[in-house]
Design a protein. Structure first.
Length: 385
């Protein structure tokens, strides 16, 4: 059995090994090794008895040595599976999480990384902004350092800078109090390392693009805290949503072509979770500056997308019924319409989302082709006209 486990472990990818190690803490390893020792104790029962160790006593309920070994193996497998499904990110395994996410990110295994972030991104953000009672106690224990500099490295470690006393006793006392503060609560080095890990992940355009399409609601749940660490995260999020007409943004906008009570605002169904997040309380959209994110994304598409330019200057055909639902400019303007109507209905005194309308109009006018004689035969010759 151990030989089979060793053979399988040898061909398991390194990222899978890191993920498995992340799932287990020291107590879990203690349980695993204790169970393995007991199993081997049953296997070598005759040898141990000869050496003077006590026997395990009489068997009960029909169990014997073989069935007990099998049951222990079964319980051990169930325990490992259960622990792997209940992994929590803590300050103790943050370094392993850093190594695992870096490996997955550089190998461009975005789906595996997205599954990992689905479970641990919130915990990483919590570590990056920890302000608990334990954290305050840790700050109280942490030694003051007014006369010398402490440099925080990128890996979360610290080094003593210029002006530090050379006394060995002082250094040992300083390190002891730092260690005790780390034990009590998340330290500055843990928070800094968590910030570095989260910032490296959220600043990856490819990863953000994958999360926007595959896990948009995960991004929505953490977007406010994520933008506090990486300001461009929301911008890249909407860039990716607008660039893919199969994204959740387009599907929710299609589902919003219906008026609510009284005909003065667009309805926001419960299933439109992204739009409700920003527009059910428009102050959220104002606070997060979503108008800038989606406005800049639309302007970038107008300026740089040559395929879009040809489509908007081509024949109207079915654009008015079908094509508009896959057009990033139309989607952006419709998003602004929802925000404006909700802002008026909720009486929010904020007009920032209207600043982009003149820019949209000017860019579209510059993009439009010259008028042709045959255009007089059509009410709407092109989508732009």
């Amino acid at each position: 059995m151990l030989g089979l486990i060793a053979a399988v472990w040898a061909v398991v990818p390194s990222t899978a090994k890191l993920s498995f190690r992340l799932s287990l803490n020291w107590f879990d390893w203690l349980v695993i090794w204790t169970a393995l020792l007991i199993i081997h104790g049953f296997f070598f029962e005759t040898v141990l008895t000869t050496l003077g160790f006590p026997t395990f006593g009489p068997w009960l309920w029909g169990f014997d040595k073989s069935t007990t070994q099998y049951l222990l193996f079964l319980l051990l497998a169930a325990f490992v599976y259960w622990r792997s499904r209940r992994t929590t990110l803590t300050r103790w395994n943050l370094g392993l999480f850093d190594t695992l996410t870096t490996s997955l990110l550089h190998a461009e295994k975005h789906e595996e990384l997205a599954d990992l972030l689905q479970r641990h991104l919130k915990s990483a953000l919590d570590l990056a902004a920890s302000k608990s009672v334990r954290g305050r106690w840790a700050n109280f224990i942490r030694p003051p350092r007014p006369d010398f500099q402490v440099v925080f490295q990128d890996d979360g470690s610290i080094t003593l800078g210029a002006g530090v006393p050379t006394s060995w006793v002082f250094r040992r006392w300083f390190n002891c109090r730092e260690w005790l503060a780390d034990v009590v609560g998340p330290s500055q080095r843990v928070q800094r390392r968590a910030v570095i890990v989260v910032k490296r992940l959220l600043s990856s355009r490819r990863l953000t693009g994958h999360l926007a399409i595959a896990r948009p609601y995960l991004c929505m749940k953490v977007i406010e805290r994520a933008t506090n660490i990486e300001e461009s995260f929301q911008d890249e999020f909407f860039n990716a949503l607008l660039a893919n007409d199969a994204s959740v943004l387009y599907s929710e906008l299609i589902n919003n072509e219906n008026f609510g009570a009284g005909g003065h605002r667009l309805a926001l169904p419960d299933e439109n979770r992204l739009l409700r997040f920003y527009c059910a309380d428009v102050r959220v959209a104002a606070r997060l500056g979503v108008y800038r994110s989606i406005g800049e994304a639309v302007l970038a598409r107008i300026d740089a997308d040559e395929v879009l330019e040809k489509k908007l200057n081509g024949r109207l055909l079915a654009f008015g019924d079908v094509g508009k639902h896959h057009d990033p400019v139309y989607a952006g303007i419709w998003f602004f319409r929802i925000m404006v109507l909700e802002g008026l209905h909720q009486r929010v005194a904020d007009h920032l989302w209207l600043h982009y309308m003149p820019h949209f109009a000017n860019r579209l006018v510059d993009l439009a082709r010259e008028v042709r004689p045959e255009d007089e035969n059509y009410e709407f010759p092109t989508p732009l006209v």
